[in-house]
Every structure is written in C-alpha cells, then in structure tokens.
Design a protein around this ligand. Structure first.
Ligand code: HEM
Length: 325
C-alpha cells in the first residue's frame, strides 16, 4: 500500500486552532458579552457575529475535519491515502475563501463561497477515490458518512448559517458525522474496540443518513419532524457506541483524557438528541452544546494524541489535557 510520506493533517489543525484561538473564541465571547449586557458597545455586532460563526464553522471545524479525514481516512477505508501535494493546498485555499467571505461586499463574498465549496468538493473527491480503491465493506458504514459530510460542508457557504437551526444541520450532518467516521480509527487502535460488522455497519449508516434527511426536512421545510430527527440522532449515536463496543473498551482503558473526551462527546450528543425529542428545540443552545461540549472536547483530545504520536513528543501532559477537557 502506497502511503503519504509527508503528513499534512498538522497544517490543517494548526490553522484551525490558531484561527479559533485568535478569532473564533474571542469574538464568540464578545458576542455573548453584548447579548448579556456585559459590554454596551454594539457597533459592528452583526459583522463580528458573522465573522465568529464563519471562522468557527469553516476554519476551526472545517479544517479540523479535513485534516482528520485525510489522516485517518485511508486507515478506516482500507485504501491508499492521497499524495501530500494533492491535498496540501486545500487549507490555504479555504482560508482565502473564508477571508473573502468576511469582507462585506456581495461579489467578494460570493467568490469566497465558491472557493470554500471548491475546497470541500476536492476533499469529497479525494475521499471517494480512497474509498473506491479500499475495502468495499467499508463503503456503507464509513465512506457514506464522509461523502454526506463533505457534500454538506461544500453546500454550507450557500446556506444561512447565521440561522441557528441551519447551523445545527451543518454541524450534525457535516462535522459530527465526519468525526464519527474518522474517529473509528482512533477508537479501534487506541481503545482496542471493534470494527463494524456488516449488519451493524448497515444499521448505523441507515440511521445516520436518515437523521440527516429528517433533520434537513425539519430545518429547511415547515415539516414538524424535530422529534423524529431527535430519535434518529439518538439511534445513530447508540448504534455507533453499541456496534463498536465502545463502552466495554472505555471501561477497560480506564480514566484517561481520551476516555473523558469520548464520554463527553457521546453524552452531549445524546442529550441534544433527547432534547429534540422531549422539548421545543433551543437551537442556539444545541448548536453550542454540540460545538463545544461534544466536538471541541474531541478536537482537544484527538489533536493532542495524534500530534504526540507523530512528533514523538508529548503535546500536553495527561493531567493538563484532562483539566483542559
Ligand atoms: C467560546 C466559545 C463560544 C462562545 C462564547 C460563542 C458565543 C456565541 C454567541 C453569543 C452567539 C450569538 C447567539 C445569538 O445570536 O443568539 C453565537 C453564534 C454562533 N456561534 Fe458561537 N460561540 C462559541 C463557540 C462556537 C463554536 C466552537 C462554534 C462552532 C461551529 C460556534 C458557532 C456559532 C454559530 C454557527 C452561530 C450562529 C447561530 C447561533 O446563533 O447559534 N460558536 N456564538
């Protein structure tokens, strides 16, 4: 099997984290302070809110899942990874797209959107090529999630993601499903959990794809299907945990930062799913619970572990990592 010699994921992750730390999180905190009356300077509120969500969705999460998919994709799909030079240029391209999207001029924003879409379509192509050259039994449970995820991320610049329900659709169907697909490598190798068997993989993929379809109908049409969406989302998470044998693997591994991150990741995702079943959707809240409680915790744990593995150095001590999570 031909392998990419020069890893590329750390560049995607470096850009993702810098943008989040320098722009995304501070602006989110500023927007929160305005909404809660902590500061009264509301000049440029809409513009800065828009930059916050654009950077968080397309750079922090967009580049993180791109790097994660490029790093783990070939392993979980059983194929050959793309050559570094075929993918290395995607992260500066997406950064350029995001920069243009943040400039308040319609034509420039359209150019930015086109660039972000093109970058994600290229990632879709790369993942599909890896999948088709790989293990065919992994097409349904894993490749289908990568495909849906990158299609949604390619479409996302054209959706009004300043509207919380639409943003939630993008986070669930784009970001979270790619995390579930790529995360199987880590779960299998670090926790010694199982891989999907044919039946389990099919059930998981069908519930995941159905959750995307029903959530899409709920968000983009007047259909009142949020409870069905919640049930399908819960089934997606439960079937993932059950068929991969995550709980016994977590118990066997014991109390580590990765285990804590995974517990948060799944627990918050389940809480969100059940909140859709039992209450009127509080979209603003569930966007941020999925973003911060579930996905960001995973990003911290996964990034520290994978970077440590590749660099041969401990990125963060286990204690520091646990506190951070
Ligand atoms: C320090 C962490 C964060 C803080 C304090 C924060 C705060 C906020 C606030 C106050 C709003 C405006 C809500 C409103 O208008 O009612 C907002 C909007 C938004 N944020 Fe964040 N945010 C944070 C992290 C994130 C992350 C990691 C994402 C990842 C995608 C994200 C995505 C969004 C999106 C999509 C919106 C627009 C939809 C909505 O209103 O919920 N945020 N954020």
């Amino acid at each position: 099997m031909k392998r990419t010699r020069i890893p590329v994921f750390h560049r995607f992750w470096g850009a993702a984290m810098l943008a989040a730390l320098l722009i995304g999180f501070p602006l989110g905190s500023w927007v929160w302070s305005v909404l809660n009356g902590v500061v009264d300077n509301v000049r440029f509120y809409e513009e800065l809110r828009s930059i916050h969500l654009t950077v968080q969705v397309f750079v922090f999460f967009g580049l993180f899942v791109a790097g994660f998919a490029l790093q783990s994709g070939a392993h979980v799909l059983g194929g050959s990874p793309p050559k570094s030079e075929q993918v290395i240029w995607i992260y500066p391209l997406i950064l350029l797209g995001v920069l243009l999207r943040c400039i308040p001029a319609a034509n420039i924003q359209i150019a930015g959107n086109i660039i972000i879409t093109a970058g994600n379509l290229w990632l879709l192509f790369v993942m599909l090529r890896t999948a088709l050259g790989g293990d065919k039994t992994r097409l349904i449970p894993i490749a289908s999630l990568f495909a849906i995820g990158f299609i949604v991320l390619a479409a996302a610049p054209w959706l009004d993601i300043s509207d919380a329900p639409k943003a939630f659709f993008v986070l669930w169907s784009g970001v979270f499903l790619i995390v579930l697909a790529a995360g199987q490598q880590l779960i299998a190798s670090v926790l010694n959990a199982k891989r999907f068997n044919q039946m389990g993989g099919a059930i998981f993929a069908i519930t995941a794809l159905a959750s995307v379809a029903v959530l899409g109908l709920t968000v983009f049409t007047e259909a009142n299907l949020s409870q069905v969406a919640g049930i399908l989302m819960a089934l997606t998470v439960i079937s993932y945990i059950a068929f991969l044998g995550v709980i016994p693997a977590l118990i066997k591994t014991g109390f580590t930062s990765l285990v804590i991150a995974l517990v948060f990741n799944f627990l918050w995702a389940l809480i969100i799913a059940f909140s859709l079943v039992f209450a009127d959707p509080a979209w603003d809240a569930i966007v941020h619970i999925l973003a911060l409680g579930s996905i960001t915790t995973m990003i911290i744990a996964v990034a520290a572990r994978v970077l440590g593995f590749f660099s041969g150095k401990v990125a963060l001590s286990e204690g520091a990592l646990t506190i951070l999570i």
